[in-house]
Design a protein around this ligand. Structure first.
Ligand SMILES: O=C(O)C1=C[C@@H](OP(=O)(O)O)[C@@H](O)[C@H](O)C1
Ligand SMILES: C=C(OP(=O)(O)O)C(=O)O
Length: 431
């Protein structure tokens, strides 16, 4: 099992395709559904099960966070975890690692604890924006000590209960601020009534995911323009079935556009709230053929990759993979609407501009995205900045360019510890 410490760096030369692909891959579970399921099961009134759980650094950090708050989580059966609800004891430490979901979803739950809950994380996690979560908790009557920094490390002084009610937030830097408040809100005395004021909230599908899972758990959720309401409730435990992570499908499904041939991802859901569901249309627009066969999605590469003009505000995690793909296109591409990914695991706009330029691409950084003019590509040392999705971009680049050496691929353990194994098996699959 992956442990929750930051992984030791591991350099990796990305394998280059020597023949068209012909692979079927099965991907591990959705990080985002796991995070929500763990919060909802730990705050439920009776035990739950989580089927097809994700073993990755982020999900195990969330498991440890819920255990610290008194939940009993049995992870020994790898297909089915059981969760007994939290007891909300206080005086505990929570390691957020580099996980946005842990640092934004757990503080509202920690406010229900009887005592102090201290949060910290990896060095870069201290730079990720968290002022919205801290301000919202204070507005809801919770005491948070942050040394004036409005970021990790901070301490939530739980009183065993949270008033809840109306709160105004600016969630333009991360949708996770709203998801986190919504998920804990059934346990608040007055539930919650959130209004967002500010530039648009990114990653909207994740708010639908939070609302959808809350409703499945039995909560009353009302949504109107920039307003989300959850009524107070005691929600019983239940069974959660986790879908494959469709955002992690991105580099695998983009691979045949570069290498030729086809890649099939098994277990593609018929309907989903995951933003990776936008991939088939985006890849088709870039020249791929996409087909579905029951629960499998297959992408087949075409003869050329078309440059594209894309607003990725709904699916910003796809930016690294798609930016790398754009470097192989037959014309320029413009990716926009993703200003907030400068606050993700690293400043992804700057990192992509730097690393793709290092491979010969002409890349212009804009405030909210990238303009990519494809040029002949060459070998490079591809820095990954502890960011799993920048590593995915490097792997994809290496598929079409000999000698792309990633400074670290171990960072993929954040959401997919088996990334290298699945990538290499995709490349080794025989026609
Ligand atoms: O709620 C979630 O599970 C997530 C929301 C998004 O965050 P942002 O709104 O910060 O993009 C996404 O990028 C992240 O990987 C997962
Ligand atoms: C932005 C991401 O993660 P986090 O949940 O840490 O924000 C991501 O996985 O692309």
């Amino acid at each position: 099992m992956t442990d929750t410490a930051a992984p030791a760096e591991q350099a990796w030369t990305a394998p280059t395709a020597t023949r068209p692909l012909n692979a079927r891959v099965r991907l591990p579970g959705s990080k985002s559904q796991m995070a929500r399921a763990l919060i909802l099961t730990a705050t439920a009134t009776s035990p739950s099960t989580i089927v097809r759980p994700l073993y990755s650094r982020d999900s195990l950090l969330m498991v440890e966070a819920m255990r610290s708050l008194g939940a009993r989580i049995d992870t020994t059966n790898e297909d089915r975890w059981t969760v007994e609800p939290a007891t909300f004891d206080g005086d505990v430490d929570i390691d957020c690692g580099l996980s946005g979901t842990v640092m934004r979803f757990v503080p509202p739950v920690a406010a229900l604890a009887h005592g102090q809950v201290r949060f910290d994380g990896d060095p870069h996690a201290r730079k990720r924006p968290n002022s919205g979560v801290i301000a919202a908790l204070r507005a809801l009557g919770v005491t948070v000590e942050d040394g004036g920094e409005a970021a990790l490390p901070f301490t939530v002084l739980g009183k065993g209960t949270v008033r809840g009610g109306e709160v105004i937030v600016d969630a333009s830097q991360t949708s996770q601020l709203i998801s986190g408040l919504l998920l804990a809100a059934p346990r608040f005395e007055q539930g919650i009534d959130i209004r967002h004021e500010g530039p648009p909230v990114p990653s909207a599908p994740y708010l639908h995911m939070a609302a959808h899972m809350l409703r499945e758990a039995g909560a009353e959720v009302e949504i109107s323009a920039n307003r989300w309401r959850v009524s107070p409730a005691r929600l019983p435990g239940r069974e959660w079935i986790i879908e494959p992570d469709l955002q992690n499908a991105a580099p695998f499904l983009a691979a045949p556009l570069i290498a030729g041939g086809s890649v099939t991802v098994e277990g593609w859901p018929q309907t989903t709230t995951q933003p990776g569901a936008l991939l088939p249309d985006i890849l088709a627009d870039m020249g791929a053929q996409v087909s579905r066969d029951e629960d499998a999605l297959t992408v087949t590469g075409g003869t050329e990759i078309s440059g594209i003009d894309l607003d990725l505000s709904h699916a910003s995690e796809l930016t690294p993979t798609l930016a790398a793909l754009c470097a192989f296109a037959d014309g320029p591409s413009h990716i926009q609407g993703v200003a907030h990914i400068r606050g993700h695991e690293t400043d992804r706009i700057a990192a992509l501009a730097r690393e793709l330029s290092g491979a010969g691409s002409e890349v212009l950084e804009t405030d909210d995205g990238l303009i990519i003019h494809p040029q002949p590509l060459r070998d490079t040392t591809f820095h990954t900045y502890a960011d799993h999705r920048i590593a995915h971009a490097g792997a994809l680049l290496g598929l079409g360019v000999d000698g792309v050496e990633l400074t670290d691929v171990a960072c993929t353990s954040k959401t997919m510890p088996e990334f290298v194994a699945v990538w290499e098996s995709m490349m080794g699959a025989r026609p």
